[in-house]
Design a protein around this ligand. Structure first.
Ligand code: SAH
Length: 261
C-alpha cells in the first residue's frame, strides 16, 4: 500500500476523513473507564496518583509525545474546577466551568496539544514559539501549553471566565502565559506571528485572522462545523506555498462566538 506524501500538493485542499493521513491517527480505541471517584480532600492533598493514572490512560489511547504526557502529568487539573467537581478532575471527561462553558476532556487537550507540537514551529529546545490559545475558559489548556511553548497568549471573550482564569493562574506564578479579555475571532495581532494557534470553541470556519497571524511553518488546531450540527478537528499548516487543511476526527466543543460579554 502506498503512503501518501507528507505534504500534499498545493493549492490549499481539504482532505476529508481517512485521506487525512499525514496528520491523522486512527481514532483512539481504548475505552476510558471512569476513575473511581477519589474523595475531594484526599485529591487536593495528593493528586499525584490520579494524575499518573490519567497520563497512563492518555498514553494507552495513543498520545505518544513524551513532552505532552509530561505536561499533562504536571498540571493540577483539580485546581481549575469547582470544589464539588474535584473528585472527577482526573477522569477523562469535560466538566462545567460556569457560564455554560466547559473544561475540555484531558484526552482532547492532549490530542490537540500533540497535533500542535507535531506541526508548529519549534525552537532548538524543542519548545514551540509563541502560541495563541483561543477560549481561555478556566485556563487549564493555557497552563498545559505554558510547559511546551515560549509564550502563550490566551484570549477569552467572557469577562467572568477571564477573571476566573486570572485567579486560577495567580498562585501558579507562571510567567509565560498572557491572559487577554477580547474577541478571539480576530486573533490577537500583538502577539503575532504565532508558531501555533489552538482553539477550544468551534465556528463555521477558521477565521481568516488566525491564518494571517500564523507564522509560515506554523499550525492551527481548531474545531470547525462540518454540517448538521457536527464538528471536526481541523489542522491548518501554513507554508510558503500556501495553506494546507486536513479534517480529522469528530469533536464536540462549545460555539465560537463574537464580541466580548
Ligand atoms: N481551553 C479552555 C476551554 C474553555 S471552553 C479550558 O482549558 O478551560 C471554550 C471557551 O471559549 C469558553 O470559555 C468560551 O467563552 C470561549 N470563547 C468562545 N468564543 C470565543 C471568542 N470569539 N473569543 C474568545 N473566547 C471565546
Amino acid at each position: 500500500m502506498s503512503t501518501p506524501p507528507q505534504r500534499p500538493s498545493f493549492p490549499a485542499r481539504i482532505d476529508l476523513g481517512q485521506s487525512a493521513r499525514p496528520v491523522s491517527r486512527p481514532a483512539p480505541r481504548v475505552v476510558v473507564q471512569p476513575a473511581a471517584a477519589a474523595p475531594a480532600g484526599s485529591m487536593a492533598r495528593d493528586p499525584v496518583p490520579a494524575r499518573a493514572r490519567m497520563v497512563r490512560l492518555l498514553a494507552a489511547e495513543g498520545i505518544s509525545d513524551a513532552r505532552v504526557l509530561r505536561a499533562m502529568g504536571t498540571v493540577d487539573r483539580h485546581r481549575f474546577v469547582d470544589s464539588a467537581l474535584v473528585p472527577q478532575a482526573y477522569e477523562d471527561t469535560a466538566l462545567p466551568i460556569g457560564l455554560g462553558q466547559t473544561i475540555s476532556k484531558p484526552s482532547v487537550v492532549a490530542r490537540m496539544t500533540e497535533l500542535l507540537m507535531q506541526g508548529g514551529l519549534r525552537g532548538p529546545d524543542g519548545k514551540l514559539g509563541r502560541v495563541l490559545d483561543i477560549g481561555t475558559g478556566c485556563g487549564y489548556q493555557a497552563v498545559v501549553l505554558a510547559q511546551l511553548a515560549s509564550e502563550v497568549y490566551s484570549i477569552e471573550r467572557l469577562r467572568d471566565l477571564h477573571e476566573k482564569a486570572r485567579s486560577n493562574l495567580r498562585p501558579l506564578r507562571i510567567a509565560n502565559v498572557h491572559l487577554i479579555l477580547g474577541d478571539g475571532m480576530a486573533g490577537f495581532a500583538r502577539g503575532a506571528p504565532y508558531a501555533g494557534i489552538i482553539a477550544a470553541a468551534g465556528g463555521e470556519a477558521v477565521p481568516e485572522a488566525w491564518i494571517e497571524q500564523l507564522a509560515v511553518g506554523g499550525r492551527i488546531v481548531a474545531p470547525v462545523a462540518t454540517g448538521a450540527g457536527q464538528q471536526a478537528l481541523v489542522v491548518i499548516d501554513k507554508s510558503r506555498q500556501g495553506v494546507q487543511r486536513a479534517v480529522l476526527e469528530a469533536v464536540n466543543f462549545v460555539p465560537l462566538k463574537s464580541g466580548v460579554a
